[in-house]
Design a protein around this ligand. Sequence first.
Ligand code: ROI
Length: 161
Amino acid sequence: MKAKFRCFIGLGSNLDDPIQQVSSALNELALLDKCELINASSLYASAPVGPQDQPDFINAVAEIETELSPEALLDQLQLLEQKHQRIRERHWGPRTLDLDILLYGHQIIETERLIIPHPYMYERSFVLYPLAEINPNLSMPKGLPLSELLTACPMGSLLKI
Ligand code: ROI
């Protein structure tokens, strides 16, 4: 039997009915081969981080258990993004669906395609608060508790919907 890893996936959308995009992506995650959806956060609305001339985002975080390697999981997530007709207009620009591997077990991964933990997750309220909703006792691969990251990260415009 292959080892299974607990992973957290960040979901985000700010185009073409974002609530629908994120809700259906959560259902699609649940159907992925060799993946089990363990938990999903509520949906959250937030002002864009980065360029401000784009619509507000809908974000959520999903917890899955998977036998897929990090690269194979990334392939699956990129296929889902394509299914949602993701167009990368510009760096940090609007998107129909963004799926990021935030954490893969307690592994630290730095390859050409993947940096895990996700490099920006420590400072983004739209990642940290949904993560805390489903797993308040989580700690990062080097042992830093999520609760400590939260005290340094105000909720800002983040709104649970
Ligand atoms: N801002 C918010 N609020 N939510 C996101 O998911 C998000 N994703 C991005 C950028 C454009 C950086 N800003 C975001 O990729």
